[in-house]
Write a protein that binds this ligand. Structure first.
Ligand SMILES: Nc1ncnc2c1ncn2[C@@H]1O[C@H](COP(=O)(O)OP(=O)(O)OP(=O)(O)O)[C@@H](O)[C@H]1O
Ligand SMILES: [Mg+2]
Length: 357
């Protein structure tokens, strides 16, 4: 049975009196049944708090949390049918792998004859069947995390909560596990997943939608493509991917940047208004082209397949990620960079594109 997750105007505060600190502020979010929602945001923005509120480990000071159509706000954690995986595996060191995975089933008084089958199934799914009789200390970090995932899956949760499950793993293992999580989700299409991360690659790769948090508040929510291609705020633009953000003035047609006219769509923005132009570094080209900007090379980084150039244009730094260059410009060299009109997004100034449109 599939069930989504709904936050209805949820606030969480710690402390009392003047030391009271709201760490989740009027949070509204719906995770559809079977959807993977990433919660992305800087450290301290409230991601773990939101997850713990769903799990039942923190109590909202106001608002409601629903799983499916059931209001779970007052229910204890073990009655919410959720599986949870946190960053530090949190396996019981004295229990063998199989017993770790069986733990949630035993706690829920699952009939004994069912337990062995469910444990085997969960270990199979995570590729850990051969390790059932080992202790956690006899496993690598990646293997321990698989066991933690198996333990969460064994109870057949309607909702899976993952709190930075890969951040303790090295980069290569992380990308392998990312592919595994995607496969697991295909095998369990009914399970709704709330996935906390501050790694935007994880969010972009895995999520159907991304909710962006900053300072206890939901800032934005949309598909990865939406947030990346059509961010609505500077925060989203710079947090989901990297962004060039240039201060511009809206004109009748296009905008002006430091006196130079640029051809970009201005939508409903009022002429004369200040706005911010967002262009992704990989969409900035080196050399002449439309929307050319002249500047001076401030830094060059070789990144293997690409060169990253930082170009100083009238006191503003423009970042360009270009395919590996044969003739690399030297520091201080005068260069021209450009971008296509359709690759720029105007932010602010009542531009008025929104997620529903
Ligand atoms: N038990 C607690 N008591 C008091 N304050 C807390 C408690 N738990 C969290 N906080 C505060 O709540 C805020 C949000 O914390 P939270 O753990 O949700 O952030 P996060 O987005 O998960 O950050 P990170 O990326 O670092 O894990 C922080 O300012 C934190 O200090
Ligand atoms: Mg956290």
């Amino acid at each position: 049975m599939s069930s989504g997750i709904r936050f209805e105007d949820v606030s969480v505060a710690y402390g009392a009196g003047s030391g009271r600190n709201t760490v989740l502020d009027s949070f509204d979010l719906t995770v559809e049944p079977g959807e993977v929602m990433a919660l992305l945001g800087p450290s301290g923005s409230g991601k773990t708090t939101a997850l713990r509120a769903v799990a039942g480990f923190v109590q909202p000071s106001s608002g409601r949390i629903l799983i499916g159509d059931r209001d779970v706000t007052g229910l204890p954690p073990h009655r919410r049918r959720i599986g949870m995986v946190v960053q530090q595996y949190a396996l019981f060191p004295h229990l063998k792998v199989a017993d770790n995975v069986a733990f949630g089933l035993r706690a829920r008084k699952t009939p004994r004859r069912e337990i062995a089958g469910r444990v085997a199934e969960a270990l199979e799914m995570t590729g850990m069947a051969a390790y059932a009789q080992r202790h956690p200390r006899e496993l690598s970090g990646g293997q321990q995390q698989r066991v933690a995932i198996a333990r969460a899956l064994a109870i057949r949760p309607g909702v899976l909560l993952l709190d930075e499950p890969l951040s303790a793993l090295d980069a290569q293992l992380r990308s392998g596990m990312l592919a595994e999580l995607a496969r697991l989700h295909r095998e369990l299409p009914d399970v709704s997943i709330l996935y906390v991360t501050h790694d935007q690659v994880e969010a972009l790769t895995l999520a159907d939608r991304i909710a962006v948090l900053d300072r206890a508040r939901l800032q934005d929510c949309g598909t990865p493509q939406d947030l990346y291609r059509r961010p609505t705020t500077e925060f989203t633009a710079s947090f989901v991917g990297t962004a060039n953000l240039l201060p511009v003035t809206v004109g009748d047609r296009g905008v002006s940047f430091q006196g130079a006219a640029l051809d970009v769509a201005v939508g409903a923005a009022a002429p004369g208004a200040g706005a911010t132009l967002c262009v992704r570094p990989h969409l900035v080209g080196l050399g002449e082209g439309p929307n050319a900007l002249r500047g001076r090379v401030a830094e060059v980084q070789w990144r293997g397949a690409t060169h990253r150039l930082y170009v100083e244009v009238d006191g503003h730094r423009v970042t360009a990620d270009v395919r590996e260059l044969r003739a690399v410009p030297v520091l201080g060299e005068d260069v021209t960079v450009h971008f296509a009109p359709e690759d720029a997004v105007l932010l602010g100034a009542g531009v008025g594109h929104d997620r529903s449109g």
